[in-house]
Design a protein around this ligand. Structure first.
Ligand SMILES: [Ca+2]
Length: 103
């Protein structure tokens, strides 16, 4: 059964003296799901229970910074990725012998 893949979003460091009061992240999973999240300049990782999608789904990230006057970055930063299953299965228990006779 194909699994659902969960993920978080790693944010880049905010540039020094970047005039950043907050940020806005848009996460689009596949063709149907889209979420907008705001973050603080000190945030480095966005963890959200909504960030889950089917294995192989495309994910589009877009983010801008917003200053204290409400101005937004001129050009959003974007990232396109795929929800790859990089999680290995559970470790197996040890096999054992079944003695079947003496010859
Ligand atoms: Ca400004």
């Amino acid at each position: 059964m194909p699994g659902q893949i969960t993920f978080s979003v790693q944010l880049p460091p905010v540039p020094a003296n970047g005039d950043v009061d907050s940020g806005e992240l848009t996460v689009k999973i596949g063709d149907d799901l889209e979420f907008n999240r705001t973050f603080a300049p000190s945030d480095s990782l966005i963890v959200d229970e909504a960030f889950v999608g089917p294995q192989g789904a495309t994910v589009h990230l877009s983010m801008v910074y917003i200053d204290d006057a409400g101005n937004r970055s001129a050009n959003p930063a974007v990232f396109d990725g795929t929800l790859l299953d990089t999680v290995p299965p559970a470790d197996p228990a040890a096999p054992s012998l079944v003695i079947t006779g003496e010859v």
